[in-house]
Design a protein around this ligand. Sequence first.
Ligand code: NAD
Ligand code: GLY
Length: 368
Amino acid sequence: MAVIPVDVSGRPYEVRVEAGLLAELVPNCRGLLRKPGVPVVTDQTVHKAWGEVIEASLRSNGHEPHWRILPPGEQTKSWAELSAIVDWLLDLGVERGDHILALGGGVIGDLTGFAAAILKRGCHFIQLPTTLLSQVDSSVGGKTAINTPAGKNLVGAFHQPALVLADLAVLDTLPARELLAGYAEVVKYGLIGDADFFAWCDANGAQMLAGDSAKREYAVAHSVAAKARIVAEDERETTGTRALLNLGHTFGHAIEAETGYSADLLHGEAVAVGMVLAARYSARRSIMPRASADHVARHLAAAGLRSELSGLGLDCDGHGLVQHMLHDKKMDAGTLPFVLMKGIGQAFLAKDVDLADVAKFLDEQLAG
Ligand code: NAD
Ligand code: GLY
């Protein structure tokens, strides 16, 4: 088992990575489940696949699960579900010292984490991430949020989990497309600050995706360790270090907004194209060698991800995509910081990016 400490000041916690953690859920929670009743938030798909495993571990250790089983999908991260969860937790008599279990992908983790952040001004929660994306990214670092009509993740709080149990066995029931979308976030850590890890992805990514368990453990643990280092350094995204995790996201979010956040393009899929665009834009400005940018695109395409903006069939121009960027959460007094790369593993925050130039670049990329 890999155990990765997340050293946030005042509230350090661990991320445990191993196959089989959920089957031994109660011992793995190491005394945090202090009452017989345990609230568990999940979605219908995850409940179908993993509900019995959780139920068995809780009941065989003298606990009774209280399930809240929500519809799968992004629309569940809403005010309505948040309000209903909070009322449900209050009805259950959950106290600040209790721990709520979030069993699912980033949707369930973000929603449950936000409910935990505001219930009685903050109670504990444990992340049980069930997608690759949530294991390597969303379950670690304490960003919680819901969506509103104005956009995604615009309402939320920083609220760290008490523990994260990333059970690699859950990846066996995850649809291949979701696994691949999560892989984009794995590659991201190599591109941000670890050329050796990107080289590892080049050599081992395909086997990892195909199910090699040792390579899965390495990929998840290595990604979590990278995220933990960044979060420990800049928990609230104030110094610029944590902002590097947005590599590919400014372009990616604009593409997602253009597609109406449709299921035709998953978040990780948009991030993959976004990382290629960040690399190509860096090369266009002669910051990154063109060959390195081409390498990024080749790697993601070989893994099976879409890498070309021109291949997405968008009905817009570069200006249209830039208009979406103006609504980005990172917009700061009229400027938008972009994560660019000097090379593979050398991401940095550029605050001097001219959006008119980005629009021109995107026109070229849309044309193919
Ligand atoms: P998700 O939670 O929507 O899960 C994807 C799909 O996979 C769902 O249909 C779900 O039911 C299904 N699923 C989950 N685990 C499964 C399993 N083991 N077996 C079978 N099916 C399973 O998507 P996601 O990609 O995990 O998360 C996306 C969300 O995460 C977005 O809302 C995004 O904003 C958020 N996010 C948050 C952060 C953060 O730092 N908090 C970071 C990245 C993304
Ligand atoms: N997923 C970006 C962050 O946690 O900061």
